[in-house]
Design a protein around this ligand. Structure first.
Ligand SMILES: [Fe+2]
Length: 262
């Protein structure tokens, strides 16, 4: 039986004491992959990605939750583990980027498409570059955004697809969300990312002043201030790497190459 104590970090998203829901559950379900459930009522939850579909089924059964909907950020194998089985057994609504190769059915979403899940407003934002087709899901009324593998704590996803200008544009899209936004990422790579910042940008200790823990959700405001991949157009980062500050794409590309070598 799955020890659901791994599912931790209960975060009330409402500051209004009379409003108990929604609640966010996050936990590392498969090594460093984050799993998420957003509980919208006594029994209803929404999930983002399927890092371990069978474990998610066990959690649903154990908690006596009904999975209303699953939002898919991208189709990398570690985000769709036993996804088909999870969809079949729960019969949940399935939202995914239009053009993604996914099990049949579900609802294809276009970039910027707005929809509602369990009464909550959601907007799909294309944030590709990590893979060929990445979506983030922004819940504007909750100040919450699930960004898959596009953005991590003090880092960003590997550039499997690119090109760099597309990935940089995706990061800028996330950066343009309101400061109050809290971010839920697909992996925990914080320790390596902080080591990278220390080694690569030793003259910018202020970039290490932000969150030093990987627990989700992250403060986007802090990431805007300390995540070097969101600061590729910052003169401090550009000059530390020997670039002209106008060449944000070049800075981003260099940062990503250096991070690959860590
Ligand atoms: Fe991925």
């Amino acid at each position: 039986m799955y020890a659901f104590s791994l599912l931790s970090d209960l975060v009330p998203l409402s500051d209004t004491p009379s409003t108990h829901y929604p609640l966010l559950y996050s936990g590392l379900l498969r090594g460093d992959n984050y799993g998420y459930f957003l509980q919208t009522g006594p029994r209803e939850v929404i999930a983002v990605d399927a890092p371990e579909g069978r474990v998610m089924l066990e959690i649903l059964a154990h908690k006596r939750w009904t999975l209303s909907a699953l939002l898919l950020t991208h189709t990398h194998h570690d985000h769709v583990v036993h996804l088909e089985e999870l969809l079949q057994k729960t019969g949940c609504a399935f939202y995914h980027p239009q053009g993604a190769e996914v099990p049949g059915g579900g609802r294809s979403l276009k970039d910027e498409e707005a929809f509602r899940v369990n009464g909550l407003r959601v907007q799909a934002l294309e944030t590709s570059g990590h893979s060929d087709l990445d979506f983030s899901y922004w819940f504007p009324d909750l100040n919450l955004c699930f960004c898959g593998d596009t953005l991590f704590a003090s880092g960003c996803g590997r550039m499997f697809a690119g090109p760099p200008d597309r990935f940089w544009a995706s990061l800028q899209r996330l950066r343009n969300l309101p400061d109050a936004t809290r971010i839920c990422c697909g992996h925990d790579y914080l320790a390596d990312n902080l080591r990278f910042v220390r080694q690569t940008l030793p003259g910018l200790p202020e970039l290490l002043a932000g969150e030093q823990k990987a627990s989700m959700p992250l403060s986007l405001a802090e990431q805007k201030a300390c995540n070097p991949f969101l600061l590729a157009d910052d003169p401090r980062v550009a000059s530390a790497l020997g670039f002209n500050e106008a060449d944000a794409v070049g800075v981003f590309k260099k940062l990503r190459e250096l991070r690959n070598q860590l």
